[in-house]
Ligand binder design. Structure first.
Ligand SMILES: [Zn+2]
Ligand SMILES: [Zn+2]
Length: 345
């Protein structure tokens, strides 16, 4: 079968590999219908994910049809249309039982697909712990509508969930890439008084203004002033930092009002400074981390009910055989790209 494979630093290539087989009773084999390209794939390509294994098939956000299941799999059956979760988790350890699936202690736990084991930019993928990692797509939800459920939408949903947003709040979201926009969509479900999106890229700002006209938008250099003018208590009540750029962590806590919640979703290339003397008395609460991606059933229900719609984020589509073109567009942020879908069969 055809796969897109991490060869060495800087090099991904279309590669033929044998079709995966069931290796464990909790595995499933999924025939991938649609996969996407994520910025984490680019991090692997650029060699900034040390645990990524050379030779693995990349891709960790996909939907497909269950082709085969192991003897212990009970939640899905052959022929089901499913989303695949970016995170592999056992569902049984201390952390999984508390819903902290990002810290699953199983040796395959965490981000394994398309990083340490073969992922989904391929015709087929083997999914470990299929009962936890696969969610059935409702009949009235298309593959394109469901494509982002397992990764960027899961992240946005988790970020909004832990941020304790209320209807009186001014919420600042820094970063309007795919995860930032998913965070915005999930924040909108909480009906806060105001939402401000800060982003430097003009295409992305335009995308937000066009699709979500009630949302206020601002560029980073004007953000602090703008937030002070457009909030009720000297800053945002909740800040979600989804950009991960050089100065965006600093911007996040500076834009927060006293006693605000600052949720850091972003993954930084470099260490960040938490200047406690400068923020002393501001009494901020920081929440950080990697997504606990265990709300996919709920996000699929919200999509089915028409309350969440990530389809407009998919701006480009290529067949697997032309995936390199998709990477080129995504990597160069050209042609107004937000998300690239890859048709795998
Ligand atoms: Zn990703
Ligand atoms: Zn676990």
């Amino acid at each position: 079968m055809l796969t897109y494979t991490y060869k060495s630093k800087g090099i991904f290539a279309l590669t033929e590999k044998p079709k995966p087989t069931i290796l464990h009773e909790r595995d499933a084999i999924v025939k991938v219908t649609l996969a996407s390209i994520c910025s984490s794939d680019l991090h692997i390509k650029h060699g900034s994910v040390p645990r990524a294994a050379r030779g693995i098939t990349v891709g960790h956000e996909m939907v497909g049809i269950v082709e085969e299941i192991g003897s212990a799999v009970t939640n899905v059956k052959v022929g089901d249309r499913v989303t695949v979760n970016v995170e592999t988790f056992c569902g049984e350890c201390f952390f999984c039982k508390k819903g902290y699936v990002n810290n699953c202690t199983d040796k395959n736990g965490g981000w394994a697909l398309g990083c340490r084991i073969d992922g989904g930019q391929a015709e087929y993928v083997r999914v470990p712990f299929a009962d936890c990692g696969l969610n059935k797509i409702p009949d009235n939800v298309s593959d394109r509508q469901a494509l982002l459920v397992g990764d960027v939408l899961a992240t946005g949903f988790w970020a909004a969930r832990i941020s304790e947003i209320t209807e009186n709040d001014t919420v600042l979201i820094i970063g309007a890439g795919p995860t930032g926009i998913c965070t915005l969509l999930c924040t909108m479900l909480k009906n806060p008084k105001r939402i401000i999106v800060c982003e430097k890229d003009e295409n992305r700002l335009r995308f937000v203004s066009e699709h979500y006209p009630d949302v206020l938008t601002v560029e980073p250099h004007e953000c602090l002033d703008f937030v002070l003018r457009n909030s009720d208590h000297g800053g945002a009540d909740v800040v979600l930092e989804v950009a991960g750029a050089e100065n965006t962590f600093e911007l996040a806590w500076k834009c927060a009002r006293p006693n605000a919640i600052v949720t850091v979703v972003a993954l930084y290339d470099k260490a960040q400074t938490l200047p406690l003397p400068d923020m002393y008395g501001k009494n901020l609460t920081f929440k950080t981390g990697g997504v606990d991606g265990c709300d996919c059933e709920e996000t699929l229900r919200l999509i089915a009910e028409g309350k969440l719609d990530t389809e407009p984020l998919i701006t480009h589509t290529f067949p697997l055989s032309e995936i390199e073109k998709g990477y080129e567009v995504f990597e160069n942020k050209s042609d107004g790209v937000i998300k690239v879908a890859v048709e795998c069969c």
